[in-house]
Design a binder for this molecule. Sequence first.
Ligand code: CP3
Length: 371
Amino acid sequence: MVKDTLSTTSNSSNTHPFTPVEKDTSSLFLQALKCQPVERTPVWLMRQAGRYMPEYRKLRSQVKDFIVLCQNPELACEVTMMPLRRYRLDAAIIFSDILLIGQAMGLPLSFQEGEGPVFAPRIESLKQVEQLETNEAADKLSFVSDAIKLVVKELNNIPLIGFCGSPWTVATYMVEGGTSKDFSKIKTLAWQQPETVELLLDKLSETTIKYLKAQVKAGVKALMIFDTWGGILSDHAYKRFSLAAVQKIVKALKADEATKSTPIIFFAKGKYTLFSDLVALGIEGLSIDWTVDLGWVREQVGQKIALQGNLDPTLLMATPDMLQQEVARVIQSHGKQPGHIFNLGHGILPQTPPEQVERLIEWVEMYSLRT
Ligand code: CP3
């Protein structure tokens, strides 16, 4: 049904048939990220390796905890490859977590069953921030570089994405002590002692720059910065506490010969009032959550930056018909111009049926618009 109504723009139409010859599609993701024309929309999914996969749950049940999994390069490589073995995805993302940097800087981190991440003690004072380690912190994350090297060998040309959290988003966990509903602890600290929060953000930025450089050196082809919680700030506070640190990171990476040509995608979840500032970062891509229309975002940001997204992850629990319509809608909404990477608007949920992911990937291919 959906296919019929949209077939004039689908790749399966007579105007733009796929060439029957098997093509090398390994660089579709990087081409789209550079806003170059592609023969179909590339697709990968945030948290594509995770608890929705039976093979992940099986491996996960055999190790003590999630951190052990991240710190073991062979296991992290194995998990990174799991979704690539199951689905035809156009990019891989290294299996790790944005919060490990806090632990490397000296704040004890654990992931508790059913509770999520816990930093204990949490950051409450300037003194604690002053004591955080920055000299060797990035080196303590060398297991991520080791995992990257193993994955690159296995991937066979599919690009691997490296990542970090934005300093603000990581700081929210370090100050709140874990996941938060209202973020009142970090906001109170920011209003009462802005210099404490800014020192924390500076230390995180400095460590993140070294950490991302190490990931590029180890072999990632693109970087993604996750700012999941920037959207809880007013525009004014966002510029001071989130954007400034991201700017510092991007500037440092773009000033270094070794990293300047590695494209960067920024996920500024829920922050859609400051597009000109986001574009001015000089990054290559923006990852967009599901609350805004991609076509509208495209109008706001112009043609020179790639857009990644933006299917609501809960749609993977919808009826196949509904999922199909929504995949088509997202692709149509972005339209025919180059620069769309299909993805979810946030991470895939643990209750997602794996066969729905397979359908999604098939439908992205079916509705792709040749750009
Ligand atoms: O995308 C991928 O496949 C790569 C791996 C990845 C993980 N976390 C693995 C993970 C990535 C890119 C992240 C990013 C991350 N981690 C973010 C930013 C993106 C987002 O989702 O907002 C944030 C805020 C975190 C912090 C974090 N890690 C939380 C809040 C939790 C607990 C909640 C949850 O989903 O369980 C984690 C744990 C985590 N990180 C898991 C995975 C696969 C689940 C751990 C388990 O197996 O028990």
